[in-house]
Design a protein around this ligand. Structure first.
Ligand code: FAD
Length: 352
């Protein structure tokens, strides 16, 4: 049986460990941060294909939703929920165009009238004329899901930082950590924003954008937001305990800001927008989480064979949506299956 070292214990590393386990393969996870990762622990966790950068990106994201549904069928007790999304980040012709584009790709899109929106979201203050409904979409907390997948995989987790990859005769044979060396038949980097530093000594400069993300969680409220709500000013969802989760930047997946500004100012502005969205509700700060989002230079995932044999890469933004399908496809390929056409546009070699 071959042995794989997965570096990173976020949703990507966890999904890879689980898929290797399903194929009877042994994996060890090495991670600086505990099970649940780094960006994964600060994520909004919106599972969607309505946001995409290219048609191949859409198709991979759409398959991501299907892969999440497979996980839910395989493992009992996962907290993934399929609330659907009510979306009016744009209006008028632009909204109609979004609906037409998504329908042409095969996505389920419903157009909601003002009365239908008000009926779905009675606590909503300003109700728009129309909105789109994406009933296929859902929510998973990537850190919670990562812990569940690692537990199900039975993978051993070593809390250590990888300082370098070790190579022999042009092949990756393991890693050097702050606790000492580890060897394996192959190494997969699921290291998010930590990836460029590990690839640089191999002469591979993976561009990584600087995209900080701040997530606000409120104290618990009565049920007021039964869907993922995406407005021009604010995206928000409510968890089973009643807490609202809100990225501090509007339209957060496409947010290009390289800095966040003063945390108290940004948090207060987010709370204010939530209070406008749901007037009369007692909305208070609960906690905040910040992480750099792992956004490769062109915004798209980086998945496949690394610059030397024995080394594989799985690095991506929108990993909450994408990690389960990327793990299925990459593990298929690593274990001798065919390379999936779904991954063609996302190969590491485009940066070499
Ligand atoms: C604010 C915010 C909102 C988001 N919202 C969404 C969303 O709504 N929908 C969506 O699909 N995605 C969203 N994302 C993106 C998504 O959360 C990430 O793409 C995903 O969590 C990445 O997971 P990962 O496991 O690849 O990386 P991470 O969770 O960052 O994990 C990386 C792991 O690698 C380890 N590591 C790194 N370097 C080393 C090293 N040298 N040695 C050992 N270990 C190392 C770290 O310790 C960590 O465990 C959001 C992200 C943020 C920050």
């Amino acid at each position: 049986m071959s042995h794989t070292l997965i570096i990173g214990a976020g949703i990507t590393g966890a999904a890879l460990a689980y898929q290797l386990f399903r194929r009877g393969q042994m994996a060890t996870i090495v991670s600086t941060h505990a099970e649940g990762g780094l960006a994964s622990a600060a994520s909004f966790g919106w599972l969607n294909a309505s946001y995409f950068l290219s048609h191949p990106h859409y198709h991979l994201r759409h398959q991501g939703l299907a892969a999440h549904r497979r996980l839910t069928a395989q493992l009992s007790g996962l907290q993934t929920t399929w609330l659907g999304c009510v979306w009016y980040e744009s209006s008028g012709d632009a909204q109609a165009e979004t609906a037409a584009d998504l329908r042409a790709l095969g996505y389920t899109v419903e157009m909601l009238t003002r009365a239908q929106i008000a009926a779905k979201l009675p606590a909503l203050g300003p109700v728009p004329e129309t909105a789109l409904s994406f009933p296929e979409e859902g929510v998973a907390d990537p850190a919670i899901l990562a812990r569940a997948l690692i537990a199900a995989s039975g993978a051993k987790v070593i809390r250590a930082t990888v300082q370098a990859l070790t190579n022999d005769h042009g092949r990756t044979t393991g890693v050097l950590t702050d606790l000492g060396p580890l060897t394996a038949d192959r190494v997969i980097l699921a290291t998010g924003t930590g990836t460029p530093a590990l690839l640089h000594p191999l002469g591979f400069d993976l561009p990584m954008l600087k995209r900080p993300g701040l997530m606000l969680t409120t104290t618990a409220l009565p049920p007021i937001c039964p869907v993922v709500l995406a407005t021009p000013e604010q995206e928000v969802r409510q968890d089973a305990e009643g807490r609202l989760h809100a990225p501090a930047s509007a339209v957060h997946q496409a947010d290009h800001a390289e800095s966040l500004g003063s945390f108290p100012v940004v948090i207060n502005a987010t709370l204010q927008r939530l209070r406008t969205l749901f007037p009369g509700q007692d909305i208070h700060f609960g906690r905040q989480a910040m992480a750099l989002r792992p956004v490769p230079g062109d915004g798209l995932p980086v998945v496949g064979q690394g610059p030397v044999p024995g080394l594989w890469l799985a690095v991506m933004h929108s990993g909450a949506t994408l990690a389960p399908v990327v793990a299925e496809l990459l593990v298929d390929e690593i274990t001798g299956g065919p390379a999936s056409p779904l991954l063609t546009d996302f190969r590491p070699a485009r940066f070499q």
